[in-house]
Design a binder for this molecule. Sequence first.
Ligand code: GLY
Length: 372
Amino acid sequence: MKPQIVTVSTTQHNYPIVIGRGLIAVADTYLLANGALRRVCILCDEALVDRYLEPLKNVLQNAGAEICCMIVPSGEKSKSIEYVHKVTEKFLEFGIERQDRLICLGGGVIGDLGGLCASLLLRGIPYIQIPTTLLAQVDSSVGGKTGINSLSGKNLIGSFYQPELVLSDLQMLDSLPHREFMAGYAEIVKYGVIGDEAFFTYLENNIEGLKKRDDTILAYVIEQSCRHKATIVSQDVHEKNIRALLNLGHSFGHAIEAICGYSNHILHGEAVALGMVLAARYSKRKELCQSCDVHRIETHLQQAGFDIELHTYKKYIKDAAQIIQFMQKDKKNKTGRMRLILLKSIGKSFMYDDVDVEDVHTFLQEQLTNTI
Ligand code: GLY
């Protein structure tokens, strides 16, 4: 399969996302094309050392690069000031210079942490994303959002800092556990719901092949997702406007994830899937969209295996007010007012600023108690 290339155009620079199988084995050629093979710092998730770090290191060393690796624990706890300190000190001690590269080898945690460190080191060094999860390949590695968590919430400390290259190797998805793979799929469905009904229909027709990780279908949906994201990011890098649409399902989803303690009770993608259903149902409640659209979203996400009922998580959630409390900290909110991404139909989403918090509270209370 020939690698596909999607270009992201931004005010900082344009960069390619390369999507294909076996890219790690030829990573040196992509780095060389960017003139970036002298010294390379690699930030890697501890769970990926044997499987991916060693092969990547070998390829780059054989091509003559001097390598410095920093391995960090898997999970959100690495997205902290403490790890920003450890990573930057390690690479400074190595003697990193502005023309050297930092590679983020891992999922969203590594990409977010590494991107932030790259933006800070020497006031900014170029970095390359090699995302190893489906979620990172279709969302977090694209668009230059970097960040760590604060005591006040997730991703509240960060920067917009674009990578110079994204290498999305399908081979890396082969070993992903089913649950994690499908959690990433929620972000793919999101692109259809936000702005492309035809893509949503394609997903409805190909869900069984996707679950089996058919290479052709997978490459196509990753490419389409990256194209959708690139189009939106190119128009609004700093999320002053339409980039906020990419947060469909995230206002509800982030709140539920936070209440569940960012644990295995609900993965990020699962929270996004549930959040999308809640956004669709709330759109229907406000008579903004029709029941048939809500029904299609619910049916598809259920077919993909997602739990789409809020009351499933009732044992972790105190009440609707607790969800509202987290939603009020959302970065999308403007001048203290809650902003939601809602739907007119599948493929037509919009920013809804006129949110009646009391009404959202009543809606959530109903969703929590409705066990039909
Ligand atoms: N994950 C949403 C964005 O990158 O804007």
